[in-house]
Design a protein around this ligand. Sequence first.
Ligand SMILES: Cc1ncc(C[n+]2csc(CCOP(=O)(O)OP(=O)(O)O)c2C)c(N)n1
Ligand SMILES: [Mg+2]
Length: 708
Amino acid sequence: MVFKNWKARYSKISSAEAAERLFRKSVAPVPINTPIGTYAPSNPSNYSSQTSSGASTTPSTPRDDIGPEPPSPDIPKVQEYKEVQEERRPYPDIPKVQEYKEVQEERRPYSASRQQVDVGMQAQSPTAQRHRPSAANYSVTMNNAPPETTLGRHIARRLVEIGVKDVFHVPGDFNLLLLDELLLEPQLNLVGCCNELNAGYAADGYARCKGVGAVVVTFTVGGLSVINSIAGAYSENLPVICIVGGPNSHDYGTSRILHHTIGHPDFSQELRCFQTVTLNDLNSAHEQVDYAISTSIRESKPVYISVSCNLPHISNPSFVPDLPFGPQTRISNPATLQASVDAAAEFLNRAVKPVLVCGPKIRVAKAKKACVEFAEAAGYPVAVMPSAKGLFPETYSKFIGTYWGAVSSPFALEIVESADAYIFIGPIFNDYSSVGYSLLIKKDKMLVVQPDRVTVGAGASYGCVVMVEFLTLLAQKVRKNEVAWENYKRIFVPPGVVQKSVANEPLRINVLFQYIQNMLNADTAVIAETGDSWFNCQKLKLPEGCGFEFQMQYGSIGWSVGATLGYAQAATSKRVISCIGDGSFQVTCQDISTMIRQNQRNIIFLINNGGYTIEVEIHDGPYNVIKNWDYCALVDAIKNGEGKVWTTRVKTEDELSRAVAECLSEKNRDNLCFIEIIAHKDDTSKELLEWGSRVSAANGRMSQILTE
Ligand SMILES: Cc1ncc(C[n+]2csc(CCOP(=O)(O)OP(=O)(O)O)c2C)c(N)n1
Ligand SMILES: [Mg+2]
């Protein structure tokens, strides 16, 4: 009955709109895709709210029996960062941790130090300077507004008013500034969780006891992870405030592709994901299932199929067993194909020093071989975008490494950015791959080949052109030009050598990656987790046949544990070597269990640097420190006497050398090997430092309202 009413009520509106209404009504009084949406209850017992469009949303009234408690003045202050740090650090013999308060004060764009910036004083520490938006931007906030008058503080106060004392959260670069503001509210305690799903469940449990709960997550990767727990709270009629740190307000209304999204310039995806899509008509199930599968293969995208639980075991005449599956393939329009090849050849053949850059969509287009053949015909130096590492053979004679703006392989940046024409095959440009929009490449010099479209400079764009067919024809028309390659050879200086460790010196990350480099061959594959492993693994030189995977567009921490499991299951002849940070491992470590059950022989390097170092380099705060675990004991506990597992903890190069020899020994050849690396919290790649500053600056661009 209830279901019927629900259907009748929403049948006249589109399903997306229905989902949005439902979502707004039940879980998010604030429209979450509005960067400065407001939620202003007139008093704690009346929670009716206005959306930014002025539409009234249904009140989520607290239950009478357990209404919010009045704020208590004697709630303990935010935990002392220093104490927590000291207690949790895995690395006892480094100098004492810095006083958090000091560091925070120095780095904060807000609070007391804001006054200093506002009046034009320079920040004292170089790190602080790196983390601050420019003084020019700050001048707009120079009106000596009290620090309590920020949106974040307002939200914090409202949470306290409705009875929330603990906010469950997972930091991500889109919500760090919001967390800073929440930290400043003395009556609010921030509780960091290992993952968003658990954070949402914690808010659910909190609401059961106190009448309301709150959770803060990051955009899309966090939002989509928390969604299951929010649906649970919906079904249990629990008020949970779900706050998502969203994109910079400048980005709304633009067609920018942001990290943590699925790669479309669409910021409402997270919201729309609350829409349910189910197929429950058996008579049409055959074509729907076939259509979904063939679309998935053709588009290289996931599809969603929901099968009603009462249907799988029922026969239907449409399921004729010997009707084969008919995959669809893409074909070019012959006229546009020819026109695009002619235009591209003309564009490239008049350039003096063209270069080739391969992007991640080579995989979608299954164009690896066609790229190599084109490269051979053209004679250009070849770079890969970071997300395309592993998709083009690094043993190719004119391979120059990764083009990743300021954090490129040595000399790759100079060669690419000084070229007078570049052909990008299958690129994805986002804020991360463009190092905070700092690439120095120009559209009019760029030939972009996408899986089914070619764009020549700032001019014509040709649709219905299949990448492989295009590259094959272009290879026949392109003039061989080795000028840029010759130039690269002239200017190239090999990178420096890693310094040798002295006896008992704590293990350095650059030493670790030398050992990992030496382990690589055609029978291995590297899986690199989001974090500093992105940068360290990016620098590995992949021998012929060595696999390489990382999740750069979505960048969801914890990904690598599952990816290692799945990859190893598929690539039975390879030994998978995974580099996983401690923060990421804490999200998904449970699936070590499945690896053991499947008798996998992966080698996992768990890099324990005591926290979310990549986030530290973007923007630091107490939320970037995590609880230290005994990781080897954890893996041993998961093993629990069953399965073939070898674990060890390593603190020096000597220990590492012995551990690697053990992993590769006859004895452990078929065992899952788990090596916990104890690393200094500040031992990062130099690329992370550079990249972190630039991404921080891009995230910190001031709102247009303030700068106008
Ligand atoms: C699901 C999800 N939540 C939050 C984030 C934000 N985030 C990106 S990297 C990172 C920390 C990774 O820490 P760790 O694995 O220890 O690597 P390290 O930076 O120390 O090398 C966090 C929290 C994210 N990318 N994905
Ligand atoms: Mg870490």
